[in-house]
Design a binder for this molecule. Sequence first.
Ligand code: ADP
Ligand code: ADP
Length: 227
Amino acid sequence: MIEFQAVRKEYDNGTVAVHELSLSVQSGTITVLVGPSGCGKTTLMRMVNRMIEPSSGTVLVGGADVRDRDPAQLRRGIGYVIQQAGLFPHRTVLDNIATVPVLSGASRRAARTRAGELLELVGLPQHLGSRYPAQLSGGQQQRVGVARALAADPPVLLMDEPFSAVDPVVREGLQDELLRLQGELDKTVLFVTHDIDEAIKLGEKVAVLRQGGHLVQYAEPDDLLAE
Ligand code: ADP
Ligand code: ADP
């Protein structure tokens, strides 16, 4: 579903963030990229939705070279969740979730109905829909971020340290929720974390990176070698 073929990224200042990396992400799985801060995880992930272009090599999504896709259209099929949920502060929770479908042409009413369903899907009570993001806890905001990313029903979900900013107990709840959601929705999820325990818990496949954007291991959690 997502394929990195000999992908290399060197930034303008000479930093090599990703060093000729090849990796094939199976559809319908949660694949985790794990490694220390600065090892190129975010760079790799952002090449999938063309927020960053590789210096060389090819990224394929659904068998097509992302360079041949219009970025806006490509991103409609790729939900994106970041560490600070990045919600619009002046819109209610429901409108935050409904924004993407409305921009893609859905009626406001249909989008809000769908937003209500998504609230339930991510385990939030309906009455939170009329609140503003600042009136929610960090964990609730992350759930809204996940709901918003799912609003366009994208086949691919990119999640960049989505649970790192919340406390450990809430984080565990969010992880469990993601596993449950994945069982239901069958998305192709690329999940970035620096936490090996989180990687092992969530990943059906885990890609371990080290500084300089080198792939050290790519295996099922049970087969990872201790390092
Ligand atoms: P991670 O997500 O694993 O923390 P990143 O992909 O954010 O890693 O960064 C990989 C490397 O590239 C780091 O050394 C980082 O400092 C560098 N880097 C990231 N973005 C830029 C940029 N826009 N310009 C120059 N260097 C960058
Ligand atoms: P620019 O070309 O202005 O740097 P970007 O491509 O980086 O624009 O994206 C603009 C904004 O859209 C950013 O805030 C980014 O986080 C967000 N964004 C980019 N890709 C996606 C996506 N697939 N889903 C949701 N938001 C996205």
